[in-house]
Design a protein around this ligand. Structure first.
Ligand code: FPP
Length: 231
């Protein structure tokens, strides 16, 4: 059983287009997939679920689509927070959160504070997130410490980098799932994915259901993880 699962929720736009709907309808339909995935992970005892909801590059999309996704984020949290909290889910986030509009950011912060002492599933939303941006932000924090004489350059090691990422207490993802047939990481958890098992499925995110997640987790169970050793 994986401890940490990351998901690149891709294919909302194509799902909508294939139904002759507007792209935003695909984002709307994503909510059911998110709810099923969260419920499955909670019931299966998975510790951490990170969902790639909005990348540092997604700001390049048409203004109207960005605004829609941000409004959806706020609505999603408002509509689901009671159930999440009731099920012991702790809501967290990674990314350049200060880039988010005020309304969604306030709702997000409120939900994170409300669930901070929950000890069930950690649901981590990657928002205005980029793996490179995360490493840049970590480098800035470490360089600041070095400039103040709090750390020596020769003492910087891998654990220093890991310790300055957005959520240093979260273990690396055991498995990363990407929907919709694309086979790339697209700047998701670059440092943390060094030894992650990658799982790709043709299923578009709005069609993703618990049986698809179950299949992915079964596949993970058959993988031999060697972490560079000989097993
Ligand atoms: C990928 O599909 C999806 C996104 C970039 C946005 C995902 C956002 C949500 C599911 C809603 C907001 C988040 C939460 C947590 C409620 P795509 O648009 O790239 O699809 P395409 O590749 O088919 O165009």
């Amino acid at each position: 059983m994986p401890v940490h699962v990351g998901i690149i929720m891709d294919g909302n736009g194509r799902w909508a287009r294939s139904r002759r709907l507007k792209r935003i309808e695909g984002h709307k339909a994503a909510e059911t997939s998110i709810r099923e995935t969260v419920r499955y992970c909670g019931e299966a005892g998975i510790g951490y679920l990170t969902l790639y909801a909005f990348s540092t590059e997604n700001w390049k999309r048409p203004k109207s689509e960005v605004a829609f996704i941000m409004a959806l984020l706020k609505r999603f949290i408002r509509r689901n927070i009671d159930e999440l909290d009731g099920n012991g889910v702790r809501l967290r986030a990674i990314g350049r959160l200060h880039d988010l509009p005020k309304g969604p950011l306030e709702v997000l912060r409120g939900a994170m504070e409300r669930t901070v002492s929950n000890d069930g599933l950690n649901l981590i939303l990657a928002l205005s997130y980029g793996g490179r941006a995360e490493l840049v932000d970590a480098a800035r924090k470490i360089a600041g410490k070095a400039a103040r004489g709090e750390i020596l350059p020769e003492d910087i090691d891998e654990s220093t980098i890991s310790g300055h990422l957005y959520l240093p207490d979260v273990p690396d993802p055991d498995m990363i799932i990407r929907t919709s047939g694309e086979r790339r990481l697209s700047n998701f958890l670059l440092w943390q994915s060094a030894y992650s098992e990658l799982y790709f499925t043709e299923v578009l995110w709005p069609d993703f259901r618990k049986e698809h997640l179950h299949r992915a987790i079964e596949d993970y169970g058959r993988r031999k993880r060697r972490f560079g050793g000989i097993g």
